[in-house]
Write a protein that binds this ligand. Sequence first.
Ligand code: AMP
Length: 407
Amino acid sequence: MKILVINTGSSSIKFELFEMNNKSCLSKGTIERLGDAASSISYKINKTGEPIKNKLEIPIADHTEGLKKIVEILTDPENGVIKDTSEVDAVGHRVVHGGETYSGARLITDDVMAKVKELIPLAPLHNPANIQGIEVAEQFFPEAAQVAVFDTAFHQTMPAKSYRYPLPNELYEKEKIRAYGFHGSSHSYVSKQMLEALEKPVAETAIITIHLGNGCSMAAVKGGKCIDTSMGLSPLGGLMMGTRTGDIDPSIPFFLASKMGLDLQEIDKILNKQSGLKGITGSNDMRDVMELRANGDENAILAIDMYVQRIKKFIGAYAAEMGALDSIVFTAGIGENSDELRSLICDNMSFLGIELDESKNATRSDGNRPVHTENSKVGVWVIPTNEELEIAIQSEKVIKQEVAQDA
Ligand code: AMP
């Protein structure tokens, strides 16, 4: 079975085509700056022998043209990996918000589309682009099943005490204001990998997954189910991130409005785009920030202290909530690649049973790996995330269930 995964943003499309028999990637790529004169598509084709890598700087007007280009690359008579689009059994779409309705992936029907549209107010930047991706994919892959895999679904197992805010009841009941959590495909993927490595019944496990990329979030996963997560109604809450604040005193926006006369759009821009690492150091890229810090830049030193402290707080909170801790898992760009940050986060945590082996931690390798000492009571693991593969796996599951139901 071949599954194409599509992750559509307002000005970007990421794609990856999987052969599900051996879970291998046949081709993957990204279109950036859709609609801009400087748009480009970079892609990789994994054929026997050397993979082909290419970047084309060509104008791509919109999502329709973007997907057309992707189809051309995949079906190219010389270098393509499929003869025609009918070889693709399903298209798995990343859909950011599934609200309270979806705790798992769904075959896309008119009802599902209507619900995803209804949820636009909760994800005004993401769901419209995801909808566009689905509509265009239906045109180009008319024979394939279209599946929606929701970023929020993994966190739907949270109990009310985790997802409710102490706001008036009607704001939850009428407006569905609650914590949803995001990065669900990543937390789901790495927690399943971690559970496979733990030699104990899933029901008895307690792990913390720490996704540190441009966006950052954590999840407490007890008995294989998410019981709490750091992002909330939107991906703005929780940890300090590249450009986002994470948790701040809720009165700050009032202060920005009343004292500085800023409007909602300006406040939104500050909290979402100008804060986090960028707000403190000027750069949202962790590599730059670490370099500044190494050169003694005081803002970078402060930013990393703040960043690390917030992660430590959530580790402590989630260990207390679960009443147990088997392992913590680092993933995504920063979590997978920065041994220095892992070391800072795990520093002085032996009282919780967390002891990092500095030499294992500093040794680079590609796969899943433990980086704790032999005596550490809590495992510390680096597990590379693979959100696209998780979307493909969940899409395959949905199709197989449908086939079983029809039989
Ligand atoms: P992601 O959103 O998962 O692609 O992660 C992006 C973040 O990972 C950026 O802040 C990068 O600076 C950071 N990153 C990638 N490689 C490294 C590294 N070797 N050390 C520190 N941060 C890194």
